[in-house]
Design a protein around this ligand. Structure first.
Ligand code: ADP
Length: 191
């Protein structure tokens, strides 16, 4: 497949800052220009999950074949299951003439960026920040997925992760969804 663009976007930021929410609106507004890179995994499919939408589900043997044939950009073993992303997926999105976008935590970005640059892709990175720690606390607890001791741990992690913000090309504060999506789109499309 011919390389139309080799520009890849990475959206990162602490857990609960709003990456998924912002992405959903960004994607709705720019469906024809942006596509999220879908993770490939050996984790069994859960009820309601759709192949090619939530994940690409592979057997252990199939995943190993992707590793051996050099198709994995990166992968990790998490709780006994493999997760990773493939060059095939990247090229699928590039072939649609869209920008591929990764959503990763800050550790993921540190790992991923050099791997992509090593393969000659250009990478544009975005760090999403909460308006305040108090607001991050509200959003994490509003999500309803955290127990309170877990919440404090997430907040402590978020503070550490936020120290990495200066390593990113763009820092965007997730104020209102509308403003944030507009700032992100301006940064992506005016490059
Ligand atoms: P992440 O993917 O970074 O972990 P989520 O997208 O799950 O974060 O968002 C965490 C919570 O914050 C969700 O309850 C979401 O509805 C809320 N949220 C995200 N962005 C905003 C925003 N701009 N204003 C208000 N609430 C937001």
């Amino acid at each position: 497949m011919s390389q139309i663009t080799s520009h890849i976007l990475i959206l990162s930021g602490p857990s609960g800052v709003g990456k998924t929410t912002v992405w959903e609106t960004l994607h709705t507004n720019y469906t024809d220009r942006l596509e999220k890179i879908i993770t490939t995994t050996t984790r069994p499919k859960r009820e309601g999950e759709i192949e090619g939408k939530h994940y690409y589900f592979l057997s252990r043997e199939e995943f190993q074949f992707c590793i051996d044939s050099g198709d994995m950009i990166e992968y990790a073993l998490v709780h006994g299951n493999y997760y990773g992303s493939t060059f095939k997926e990247l090229e699928r999105i590039v072939g649609l003439r869209k920008y591929p976008l990764y959503i990763v935590d800050p550790q993921g970005m540190v790992h991923l960026k050099p791997l992509l640059e090593h393969k000659w892709y250009t990478v544009q990175t975005f760090f999403l920040l909460p308006p305040s720690i108090e607001e991050l606390r509200n959003r994490l607890s509003g999500r309803g997925t955290e127990q309170s001791d877990h919440l404090e741990l997430r907040l402590a992690n978020a503070l550490v992760e936020m120290e990495e913000q200066d390593f990113y090309d763009h820092k965007i504060i997730n104020t209102t969804l509308e403003e944030t999506v507009e700032s992100l789109a301006n940064a992506i499309f005016s490059k």
